[in-house]
Design a protein around this ligand. Structure first.
Ligand code: ZN
Length: 290
């Protein structure tokens, strides 16, 4: 088991005092999330959380797109899971059946997203381009989202036979009716629509995304660190009092049932008939030209 001592999939920087900025840095894959990237990101969030000089954390992305989601091309992950120091008391990575996949998703998908949501410091996601499925699981745990005008947000998982991404926060992001539309159709929300629904705080021109995010971070960093922590706890606690955390667990277990269903039918985690088309649609690719 090894600790991560250097980053290869992300960058960590302090652009100015009090502000940490984490960059997703796999632009060639539209910042697809493999195991390594997620553990690096978790280590970076911990570093920023533990550093008392850091008051605000920005999550940004290199390249055209924020994130294309989980790296579904990653095979044999179970052989490397034990290389990482797990953050949750989970077991079963090397086991058979549904146990192995559930352990992985409890740790690096739902587990990480919930953990980052509860970092006791304000976090801001700066989102450009596509933010697809697992991409939502990086943006949604952040306290604020600033999007560029070219950003779009989608969860196309129903198209390949799953109820939604592992961090099932749709209801608390866009409301029940829009959440159903988003899930049932796999259609993307534009930045403008996401702002109107309250999911996004600001929409800015692509060229202004970095500066607009820093302006917001600066404003927040000038406030009391302890007051910010308490304000965040108060809002997150209110959402959980509405049943958010219980609903999240329920949706996660349905998600595991869906994986088990497709494993039984096709020895794959998702419906292979829906996946290529859903991915193509989510990436905005034209069927005839690609
Ligand atoms: Zn899953």
């Amino acid at each position: 088991m090894k600790d991560i001592t250097e980053f290869t999939c992300i960058e960590y920087e302090v652009p100015e005092p009090g502000i940490a900025r984490l960059w997703l840095n796999r632009p060639a894959t539209a910042n697809a999330q493999d195991t390594r990237l997620l553990y690096e990101l978790n280590t970076a969030f911990d570093r920023a959380a533990h550093d008392d000089d850091i008051r605000v954390i920005i999550l940004a992305a290199r390249g055209k797109h924020f994130s294309s989601g989980h790296d579904l091309g990653e095979k044999e992950w179970y052989e490397t899971m034990h290389d990482y120091r797990t953050v949750a008391p989970v077991c079963g990575f090397a086991c058979a059946g549904a146990e192995r996949q559930m352990a992985r998703e409890e740790e690096i998908y739902l587990g990480f997203s919930e953990r980052w949501r509860n970092i006791p410091k304000p976090t801001i996601a700066a989102v450009q381009g596509k933010c697809i499925a697992g991409g939502l699981m990086l943006a949604w745990p952040c306290d604020l989202i600033i999007a560029s005008d070219d950003a779009s947000f989608s969860d196309p998982t129903v198209s390949f036979g799953v109820n939604g991404v592992e961090f099932f926060n749709h209801l608390w992001e866009v409301g029940a009716r829009k959440a159903k539309e988003m899930l049932f159709t796999s259609d993307a929300l534009s930045a403008e629509e996401a702002q109107r629904l309250g999911m996004v705080n600001q929409v800015v021109l692509r060229a202004e995304l970095e500066e607009a995010t820093l302006v917001m971070a600066r404003k927040i960093a000038s406030k009391s660190r302890f007051a910010l922590k308490m304000a965040k706890k108060a809002v997150n606690g209110a959402q959980d009092a509405q049943g958010r955390d219980v609903a999240m667990q329920n949706a996660f277990h349905l998600h595991q049932l869906a994986h088990t269903h497709w494993l039984k039918l096709h020895d794959l985690l998702v419906d292979p008939n829906g996946l290529p088309e859903a991915t193509r649609k989510a990436l905005g690719l034209d069927r005839d030209k690609s």
